[in-house]
Write a protein that binds this ligand. Structure first.
Ligand code: 13P
Length: 260
């Protein structure tokens, strides 16, 4: 059962998929699926590639669906060829994913850089979805919790308790991403509990009680209800399954079923 105080949040990270036309079509399909359930309490967010933010924002306008970017660069403007700042995202989306393991891994982003991005997003009124997660090596060595909690303190360093309480954290074990092997619900719940305890130790109980922590990594229609039945798991950050509107809609429905 998801928390009674934290509103569940299901976000689709489309990664480097969809042309503008495909993104518009997918957003419309999700909109239609959500529209048939006006009673839903779960927050739904779509994170298309930058190029499609504008089209997706238009496609879900006036629908109860938020939009997020997949990254931002932590400067308002300047000579940073190919980058997009949070200042530029204002008006197009409400959320921005920072510190995804694919960016940490392929583009060498460390905790300090992720912290700058989170602070920059917050300064522009966007809600960061801050990603953390351990490698298979850490998982097998039993050092996953220590690694992930260090990512939390490093990636949220110097943010206020109020800011930390307002953001979204996504726990995404790297070994579960795109593999079809999700963490067990019990393991995901334990790790998210450890993340929440770290937030409580560093930023206080109020921030820990407010911060929403998603699970991500091979979430699908078939396993969503089991994962979301856990008390610490406040939602899901969905990759592959978010590219199919009916599968994504089934994950949203699973969040609804898990409401207290
Ligand atoms: P998959 O759902 O495809 O495993 O991806 C998870 C993810 O990385 C979401 O950010």
């Amino acid at each position: 059962m998801v928390s009674a105080v934290r509103r569940p949040i299901i976000a689709g990270n489309w990664k480097m998929n969809t042309t503008v036309a495909e993104a518009t079509d997918l957003a419309r399909q999700v909109r239609a699926a959500v529209a048939s359930h006006p009673d839903y309490h779960t927050e739904v967010v779509l994170c298309p590639p930058f190029l499609s933010l504008s089209a997706v924002a238009a496609a879900v306008e006036d629908a109860p669906i938020g939009v997020g970017a997949q990254n931002c660069y932590p400067a308002d403007s300047g000579a940073y060829t190919g980058e997009v700042s949070a200042a530029m995202l204002v008006g197009l989306c409400q959320y921005v994913i920072v510190g995804h393991s694919e960016r940490r891994g392929y583009f060498g982003e460390d905790n300090a850089f992720v912290q700058q991005k989170a602070a920059h997003a917050l300064a522009h009124g966007l809600t960061p979805i801050v990603c953390v997660g351990e490698s298979l090596e850490h998982y097998e060595a039993g050092t996953g919790a220590a690694f992930v909690t260090a990512q939390i303190t490093g990636s949220l360093h110097d943010l206020s308790a109020d800011a930390v309480g307002s953001l979204v954290i996504a726990y995404e074990p790297i070994w579960a991403i795109g593999t079809g092997h999700a963490a067990t619900a019990a393991d995901a719940n334990t790790m998210i509990g450890a993340i929440r305890a770290t937030v409580a130790d560093t930023w206080g109980a109020a921030a820990a009680g407010r911060v929403r922590i998603q699970y991500g990594g091979s979430v699908a229609a078939a396993n969503a209800a089991t994962l979301l039945a856990e008390p610490e798991i406040d939602g899901a950050l969905v990759g592959g399954a978010s590219l199919k509107a009916d599968e994504f809609a089934a994950i949203i429905a699973a969040a609804e079923v898990s409401l207290p």
